[in-house]
Design a protein around this ligand. Structure first.
Ligand SMILES: *Cc1c(COP(=O)(O)O)cnc(C)c1O
Length: 384
Protein backbone atom coordinates (compact mmCIF):
# COMPACT_ATOMS: atom_id res chain seq x y z
CA UNK A 1 0.00 0.00 0.00
CA UNK A 2 1.55 3.31 -1.04
CA UNK A 3 0.07 5.06 1.99
CA UNK A 4 1.08 2.66 4.78
CA UNK A 5 3.00 5.42 6.51
CA UNK A 6 -0.03 7.70 6.53
CA UNK A 7 -2.11 4.90 8.04
CA UNK A 8 0.47 4.38 10.78
CA UNK A 9 0.28 8.10 11.58
CA UNK A 10 -3.49 7.91 11.94
CA UNK A 11 -3.28 4.73 14.03
CA UNK A 12 -0.86 6.47 16.38
CA UNK A 13 -3.22 9.40 16.75
CA UNK A 14 -6.09 7.04 17.52
CA UNK A 15 -3.91 5.29 20.11
CA UNK A 16 -3.41 8.63 21.90
CA UNK A 17 -7.09 9.51 21.81
CA UNK A 18 -6.31 12.24 19.28
CA UNK A 19 -7.98 11.04 16.10
CA UNK A 20 -10.37 13.65 14.67
CA UNK A 21 -13.63 12.54 13.15
CA UNK A 22 -16.62 14.46 11.89
CA UNK A 23 -20.24 14.14 12.93
CA UNK A 24 -22.77 14.54 10.15
CA UNK A 25 -25.60 16.94 10.91
CA UNK A 26 -28.87 16.24 9.13
CA UNK A 27 -30.16 19.80 9.37
CA UNK A 28 -29.27 23.38 10.30
CA UNK A 29 -27.04 24.57 13.12
CA UNK A 30 -29.09 24.90 16.29
CA UNK A 31 -28.98 24.06 20.01
CA UNK A 32 -30.86 20.92 18.99
CA UNK A 33 -29.01 19.18 16.17
CA UNK A 34 -29.86 15.91 14.51
CA UNK A 35 -27.05 13.41 13.95
CA UNK A 36 -28.11 10.19 12.27
CA UNK A 37 -31.55 9.47 13.68
CA UNK A 38 -31.00 11.15 16.98
CA UNK A 39 -31.47 14.67 18.26
CA UNK A 40 -28.85 16.13 20.61
CA UNK A 41 -28.80 19.15 22.85
CA UNK A 42 -25.60 20.74 21.59
CA UNK A 43 -23.15 23.14 23.24
CA UNK A 44 -20.45 23.31 20.60
CA UNK A 45 -21.27 25.86 17.95
CA UNK A 46 -19.97 29.43 17.68
CA UNK A 47 -23.44 30.57 16.65
CA UNK A 48 -23.56 32.81 19.72
CA UNK A 49 -26.67 34.76 18.78
CA UNK A 50 -28.53 31.90 17.12
CA UNK A 51 -28.47 33.62 13.73
CA UNK A 52 -27.11 30.77 11.58
CA UNK A 53 -30.61 29.59 10.77
CA UNK A 54 -32.50 32.84 11.30
CA UNK A 55 -35.42 33.17 8.84
CA UNK A 56 -34.49 36.78 7.99
CA UNK A 57 -30.96 35.73 7.05
CA UNK A 58 -32.21 32.82 4.99
CA UNK A 59 -34.64 35.14 3.19
CA UNK A 60 -31.88 37.71 2.55
CA UNK A 61 -29.65 34.95 1.18
CA UNK A 62 -32.41 33.82 -1.19
CA UNK A 63 -33.14 37.36 -2.26
CA UNK A 64 -29.40 38.02 -2.79
CA UNK A 65 -29.10 34.90 -4.94
CA UNK A 66 -32.11 35.97 -7.00
CA UNK A 67 -30.51 39.37 -7.59
CA UNK A 68 -26.81 38.44 -7.96
CA UNK A 69 -26.81 34.77 -8.87
CA UNK A 70 -25.05 31.90 -7.17
CA UNK A 71 -21.40 32.70 -7.59
CA UNK A 72 -19.22 35.82 -7.86
CA UNK A 73 -17.43 34.35 -10.87
CA UNK A 74 -14.13 36.17 -10.38
CA UNK A 75 -11.73 37.61 -7.82
CA UNK A 76 -12.54 41.02 -6.30
CA UNK A 77 -9.77 42.72 -8.28
CA UNK A 78 -10.95 41.29 -11.57
CA UNK A 79 -14.74 41.44 -11.94
CA UNK A 80 -16.11 39.75 -8.81
CA UNK A 81 -16.58 42.80 -6.57
CA UNK A 82 -20.31 43.58 -6.59
CA UNK A 83 -22.32 46.48 -5.23
CA UNK A 84 -23.52 44.39 -2.30
CA UNK A 85 -19.96 43.37 -1.33
CA UNK A 86 -19.02 47.03 -1.41
CA UNK A 87 -22.02 48.14 0.59
CA UNK A 88 -21.26 45.51 3.23
CA UNK A 89 -17.66 46.74 3.53
CA UNK A 90 -18.85 50.29 4.10
CA UNK A 91 -21.30 49.20 6.78
CA UNK A 92 -18.74 47.00 8.49
CA UNK A 93 -16.25 49.88 8.60
CA UNK A 94 -18.84 52.18 10.16
CA UNK A 95 -19.94 49.50 12.62
CA UNK A 96 -16.35 48.83 13.69
CA UNK A 97 -15.65 52.58 13.96
CA UNK A 98 -12.90 52.53 11.33
CA UNK A 99 -12.40 54.49 8.09
CA UNK A 100 -12.38 51.43 5.83
CA UNK A 101 -12.93 47.68 5.75
CA UNK A 102 -12.12 44.77 3.48
CA UNK A 103 -13.98 41.48 3.15
CA UNK A 104 -12.13 38.17 3.11
CA UNK A 105 -13.55 34.74 2.33
CA UNK A 106 -12.67 33.35 5.78
CA UNK A 107 -11.01 34.44 8.99
CA UNK A 108 -8.14 32.10 8.31
CA UNK A 109 -7.50 33.81 4.99
CA UNK A 110 -7.86 37.28 6.52
CA UNK A 111 -5.14 36.56 9.05
CA UNK A 112 -2.85 35.06 6.42
CA UNK A 113 -3.40 38.10 4.20
CA UNK A 114 -2.86 40.74 6.86
CA UNK A 115 0.37 39.28 8.23
CA UNK A 116 1.83 38.59 4.82
CA UNK A 117 0.95 42.04 3.47
CA UNK A 118 2.06 44.06 6.48
CA UNK A 119 5.22 42.36 7.74
CA UNK A 120 8.08 40.34 6.28
CA UNK A 121 11.78 39.63 6.68
CA UNK A 122 13.40 42.13 9.06
CA UNK A 123 10.13 42.90 10.88
CA UNK A 124 9.04 41.43 14.21
CA UNK A 125 5.74 39.92 15.25
CA UNK A 126 4.89 39.65 18.96
CA UNK A 127 2.28 37.00 19.62
CA UNK A 128 0.35 35.63 22.58
CA UNK A 129 1.12 31.93 23.05
CA UNK A 130 -2.57 31.01 23.02
CA UNK A 131 -3.45 32.80 19.80
CA UNK A 132 -5.62 31.04 17.25
CA UNK A 133 -3.92 28.64 14.82
CA UNK A 134 -4.62 30.97 11.89
CA UNK A 135 -2.59 33.78 13.51
CA UNK A 136 0.20 31.32 14.31
CA UNK A 137 0.32 30.02 10.75
CA UNK A 138 0.11 33.54 9.38
CA UNK A 139 3.06 34.83 11.39
CA UNK A 140 5.24 31.87 10.41
CA UNK A 141 4.37 32.29 6.74
CA UNK A 142 5.05 36.03 6.88
CA UNK A 143 8.79 35.31 7.40
CA UNK A 144 8.99 38.02 10.04
CA UNK A 145 10.91 37.30 13.25
CA UNK A 146 8.49 35.83 15.77
CA UNK A 147 8.52 36.54 19.51
CA UNK A 148 5.87 34.77 21.53
CA UNK A 149 4.87 35.95 24.99
CA UNK A 150 3.17 33.98 27.77
CA UNK A 151 -0.60 34.15 27.65
CA UNK A 152 -1.76 37.71 28.45
CA UNK A 153 1.62 38.47 30.06
CA UNK A 154 1.98 42.22 29.54
CA UNK A 155 5.23 42.35 31.50
CA UNK A 156 6.94 39.84 29.24
CA UNK A 157 5.60 41.57 26.16
CA UNK A 158 6.99 44.89 27.43
CA UNK A 159 10.43 43.28 27.83
CA UNK A 160 10.30 41.82 24.33
CA UNK A 161 9.20 45.13 22.81
CA UNK A 162 12.02 46.94 24.62
CA UNK A 163 14.70 44.72 23.06
CA UNK A 164 16.61 46.51 20.33
CA UNK A 165 15.49 45.74 16.81
CA UNK A 166 14.78 47.35 13.49
CA UNK A 167 11.85 47.02 11.15
CA UNK A 168 8.12 47.09 11.79
CA UNK A 169 6.66 45.79 15.03
CA UNK A 170 3.28 44.10 15.06
CA UNK A 171 1.58 42.73 18.16
CA UNK A 172 -1.09 40.12 17.39
CA UNK A 173 -3.70 38.75 19.75
CA UNK A 174 -7.07 37.08 19.96
CA UNK A 175 -9.48 39.47 21.72
CA UNK A 176 -11.45 36.55 23.19
CA UNK A 177 -9.27 33.43 23.30
CA UNK A 178 -11.05 30.77 21.34
CA UNK A 179 -10.31 27.75 23.55
CA UNK A 180 -10.20 29.55 26.92
CA UNK A 181 -12.87 32.21 26.59
CA UNK A 182 -10.89 34.85 28.49
CA UNK A 183 -10.19 38.35 27.19
CA UNK A 184 -6.89 39.91 26.18
CA UNK A 185 -5.95 43.03 28.17
CA UNK A 186 -6.57 45.23 25.13
CA UNK A 187 -6.13 48.67 26.75
CA UNK A 188 -2.76 47.61 28.20
CA UNK A 189 -1.69 46.09 24.89
CA UNK A 190 -2.62 49.29 23.08
CA UNK A 191 -0.68 51.40 25.61
CA UNK A 192 2.42 49.25 25.05
CA UNK A 193 2.03 49.56 21.28
CA UNK A 194 1.80 53.34 21.63
CA UNK A 195 4.90 53.37 23.78
CA UNK A 196 6.94 51.22 21.39
CA UNK A 197 5.47 52.45 18.12
CA UNK A 198 4.04 49.05 17.24
CA UNK A 199 0.86 48.13 15.37
CA UNK A 200 -1.78 46.02 17.07
CA UNK A 201 -3.75 43.36 15.20
CA UNK A 202 -6.81 42.24 17.15
CA UNK A 203 -8.65 39.09 16.10
CA UNK A 204 -12.20 39.49 17.40
CA UNK A 205 -13.68 36.27 16.01
CA UNK A 206 -15.48 35.57 19.29
CA UNK A 207 -16.23 39.14 20.39
CA UNK A 208 -17.83 40.59 17.28
CA UNK A 209 -21.62 40.57 17.63
CA UNK A 210 -21.42 39.45 21.25
CA UNK A 211 -19.48 42.07 23.20
CA UNK A 212 -19.86 45.82 23.45
CA UNK A 213 -22.77 48.11 22.83
CA UNK A 214 -24.86 46.90 19.86
CA UNK A 215 -22.48 43.95 19.58
CA UNK A 216 -19.77 46.14 18.08
CA UNK A 217 -17.15 43.87 19.59
CA UNK A 218 -14.17 43.93 21.91
CA UNK A 219 -12.96 47.43 21.07
CA UNK A 220 -16.32 48.88 22.07
CA UNK A 221 -16.39 46.58 25.11
CA UNK A 222 -13.03 47.95 26.29
CA UNK A 223 -13.72 51.50 25.13
CA UNK A 224 -10.57 51.76 23.04
CA UNK A 225 -9.90 53.15 19.58
CA UNK A 226 -6.70 53.99 17.76
CA UNK A 227 -5.40 54.19 14.20
CA UNK A 228 -2.75 51.72 15.39
CA UNK A 229 -5.36 49.03 15.80
CA UNK A 230 -5.98 46.74 12.86
CA UNK A 231 -9.28 45.09 13.65
CA UNK A 232 -10.22 41.71 12.25
CA UNK A 233 -13.45 39.82 12.89
CA UNK A 234 -15.12 36.78 11.41
CA UNK A 235 -18.64 36.56 10.01
CA UNK A 236 -19.30 32.84 10.42
CA UNK A 237 -19.67 32.89 14.21
CA UNK A 238 -22.03 35.35 15.93
CA UNK A 239 -22.89 36.87 12.54
CA UNK A 240 -24.22 33.47 11.50
CA UNK A 241 -23.07 33.41 7.88
CA UNK A 242 -19.49 33.10 6.58
CA UNK A 243 -16.43 35.21 5.85
CA UNK A 244 -14.39 37.80 7.69
CA UNK A 245 -13.32 41.41 7.46
CA UNK A 246 -10.45 43.65 8.37
CA UNK A 247 -11.22 47.23 9.43
CA UNK A 248 -8.43 49.79 9.61
CA UNK A 249 -7.08 53.08 8.25
CA UNK A 250 -7.61 53.52 4.51
CA UNK A 251 -3.89 53.16 3.78
CA UNK A 252 -3.84 49.77 5.52
CA UNK A 253 -6.87 48.58 3.56
CA UNK A 254 -5.35 49.82 0.27
CA UNK A 255 -2.16 47.94 1.12
CA UNK A 256 -4.18 44.77 1.73
CA UNK A 257 -6.03 45.19 -1.56
CA UNK A 258 -2.69 45.41 -3.32
CA UNK A 259 -0.59 42.91 -1.40
CA UNK A 260 -2.67 40.40 0.57
CA UNK A 261 -2.32 37.26 -1.52
CA UNK A 262 -5.24 35.50 0.15
CA UNK A 263 -7.35 38.44 -1.02
CA UNK A 264 -5.94 38.95 -4.49
CA UNK A 265 -5.66 35.37 -5.66
CA UNK A 266 -9.04 33.98 -4.74
CA UNK A 267 -12.58 34.14 -6.03
CA UNK A 268 -14.87 36.59 -4.26
CA UNK A 269 -17.45 34.95 -2.01
CA UNK A 270 -20.98 34.66 -3.44
CA UNK A 271 -22.61 38.12 -3.33
CA UNK A 272 -25.68 36.58 -1.71
CA UNK A 273 -23.57 35.99 1.40
CA UNK A 274 -23.03 39.74 1.56
CA UNK A 275 -26.81 40.27 1.27
CA UNK A 276 -27.34 37.92 4.21
CA UNK A 277 -24.59 39.66 6.17
CA UNK A 278 -26.19 43.09 5.70
CA UNK A 279 -29.30 41.64 7.32
CA UNK A 280 -27.18 40.02 10.01
CA UNK A 281 -25.55 43.35 10.89
CA UNK A 282 -29.00 44.80 11.55
CA UNK A 283 -29.97 41.87 13.74
CA UNK A 284 -26.69 42.17 15.63
CA UNK A 285 -27.17 45.89 16.22
CA UNK A 286 -30.72 45.30 17.47
CA UNK A 287 -29.72 42.22 19.46
CA UNK A 288 -29.51 43.63 23.00
CA UNK A 289 -32.16 41.21 24.23
CA UNK A 290 -30.28 38.24 22.73
CA UNK A 291 -27.04 39.38 24.33
CA UNK A 292 -28.74 39.92 27.70
CA UNK A 293 -30.23 36.43 27.51
CA UNK A 294 -26.80 34.99 26.66
CA UNK A 295 -25.28 36.73 29.70
CA UNK A 296 -27.97 35.22 31.93
CA UNK A 297 -27.19 31.75 30.55
CA UNK A 298 -23.47 32.27 31.20
CA UNK A 299 -24.19 33.24 34.81
CA UNK A 300 -26.51 30.25 35.25
CA UNK A 301 -23.93 27.84 33.84
CA UNK A 302 -21.06 29.20 35.92
CA UNK A 303 -22.94 29.16 39.19
CA UNK A 304 -24.10 25.59 38.51
CA UNK A 305 -20.67 24.29 37.51
CA UNK A 306 -18.36 25.54 40.19
CA UNK A 307 -18.89 22.62 42.56
CA UNK A 308 -17.78 19.98 40.05
CA UNK A 309 -14.47 18.06 40.21
CA UNK A 310 -13.32 19.58 36.93
CA UNK A 311 -11.86 23.06 36.91
CA UNK A 312 -14.15 25.65 35.37
CA UNK A 313 -11.79 28.08 33.69
CA UNK A 314 -12.23 31.81 34.40
CA UNK A 315 -14.27 33.21 31.53
CA UNK A 316 -17.03 35.77 31.26
CA UNK A 317 -17.83 34.96 27.64
CA UNK A 318 -19.97 32.40 25.82
CA UNK A 319 -16.92 30.09 25.74
CA UNK A 320 -16.89 28.17 29.02
CA UNK A 321 -14.17 25.51 29.12
CA UNK A 322 -14.26 22.76 31.70
CA UNK A 323 -10.68 21.60 32.19
CA UNK A 324 -10.34 17.81 32.38
CA UNK A 325 -6.61 17.35 31.70
CA UNK A 326 -6.02 13.97 30.13
CA UNK A 327 -7.12 13.38 26.51
CA UNK A 328 -8.93 10.13 27.14
CA UNK A 329 -10.71 11.45 30.22
CA UNK A 330 -11.97 14.44 28.24
CA UNK A 331 -13.15 12.15 25.45
CA UNK A 332 -14.84 9.81 27.94
CA UNK A 333 -16.70 12.69 29.57
CA UNK A 334 -17.82 13.98 26.18
CA UNK A 335 -18.91 10.43 25.27
CA UNK A 336 -20.85 9.98 28.53
CA UNK A 337 -22.72 13.22 27.84
CA UNK A 338 -23.47 12.04 24.34
CA UNK A 339 -25.05 8.90 25.76
CA UNK A 340 -27.36 11.26 27.64
CA UNK A 341 -28.27 13.08 24.45
CA UNK A 342 -25.96 16.06 25.05
CA UNK A 343 -23.17 17.07 22.73
CA UNK A 344 -20.16 19.00 24.03
CA UNK A 345 -16.91 18.78 22.08
CA UNK A 346 -13.74 17.54 23.77
CA UNK A 347 -10.85 19.77 22.73
CA UNK A 348 -7.44 18.11 22.73
CA UNK A 349 -3.86 18.94 21.76
CA UNK A 350 -2.55 20.36 19.52
CA UNK A 351 -5.54 22.71 19.58
CA UNK A 352 -4.79 23.24 23.30
CA UNK A 353 -1.53 22.65 25.24
CA UNK A 354 -0.63 19.08 26.34
CA UNK A 355 -2.37 18.02 29.53
CA UNK A 356 -5.15 20.59 29.21
CA UNK A 357 -7.77 18.63 27.29
CA UNK A 358 -11.15 20.10 28.04
CA UNK A 359 -14.81 20.22 27.29
CA UNK A 360 -15.41 23.44 25.45
CA UNK A 361 -18.94 24.40 26.36
CA UNK A 362 -20.28 27.19 24.21
CA UNK A 363 -23.54 28.93 24.85
CA UNK A 364 -25.85 30.58 22.37
CA UNK A 365 -28.71 33.02 22.79
CA UNK A 366 -30.73 30.26 21.12
CA UNK A 367 -30.32 28.08 24.23
CA UNK A 368 -32.99 28.20 26.92
CA UNK A 369 -32.45 28.16 30.68
CA UNK A 370 -33.93 24.64 30.60
CA UNK A 371 -31.23 23.54 28.13
CA UNK A 372 -28.53 24.77 30.51
CA UNK A 373 -30.23 23.04 33.45
CA UNK A 374 -30.18 19.75 31.52
CA UNK A 375 -26.43 20.07 30.93
CA UNK A 376 -25.80 20.93 34.57
CA UNK A 377 -27.82 17.95 35.79
CA UNK A 378 -25.99 15.57 33.48
CA UNK A 379 -22.57 16.84 34.58
CA UNK A 380 -23.48 16.57 38.26
CA UNK A 381 -24.67 13.02 37.68
CA UNK A 382 -21.41 12.15 35.91
CA UNK A 383 -19.34 13.72 38.68
CA UNK A 384 -20.65 11.15 41.17
C1 LIG B 1 -12.64 30.82 13.93
C2 LIG B 1 -11.46 31.71 14.10
C3 LIG B 1 -10.73 32.15 13.00
C4 LIG B 1 -10.98 31.63 11.61
O1 LIG B 1 -12.14 32.16 11.08
P1 LIG B 1 -12.88 31.36 9.91
O2 LIG B 1 -13.76 32.36 9.29
O3 LIG B 1 -13.60 30.25 10.56
O4 LIG B 1 -11.81 30.89 8.99
C5 LIG B 1 -9.72 33.06 13.21
N1 LIG B 1 -9.41 33.48 14.45
C6 LIG B 1 -10.05 33.04 15.54
C7 LIG B 1 -9.67 33.55 16.87
C8 LIG B 1 -11.10 32.13 15.40
O5 LIG B 1 -11.73 31.67 16.46
Amino acid sequence: MPYAELQRGLDERAELGLLRQRKILQGPQSPHVVIGEQSYLAFCSNDYLGLANHPQLVAALQQGAAQYGAGAGAAHLVSGHTRVHHQLEQQLAAFAGKPAALLFSTGYMANLGVLQALVGKGDTVFADKLNHASLNDAMLLSRATVKRYRHNDITQLAELLAQPGSGRKLVITDAVFSMDGDLAPLPELLALCEQHDAWLLIDDAHGFGVLGEQGRGSLAHCGIASPRIIYMATLGKAAGVSGAFVAAEQVVIDTLINHARSYVYTTATPPALASALLESLQLIAQGEEKRAHLQRLIAQLRSGLHKLPWHLMPSATAIQPLLVGENRAALALSEALRERGIWVAAIRPPTVPQGTARLRITLSAAHSATDVTRLLEALHELAQ
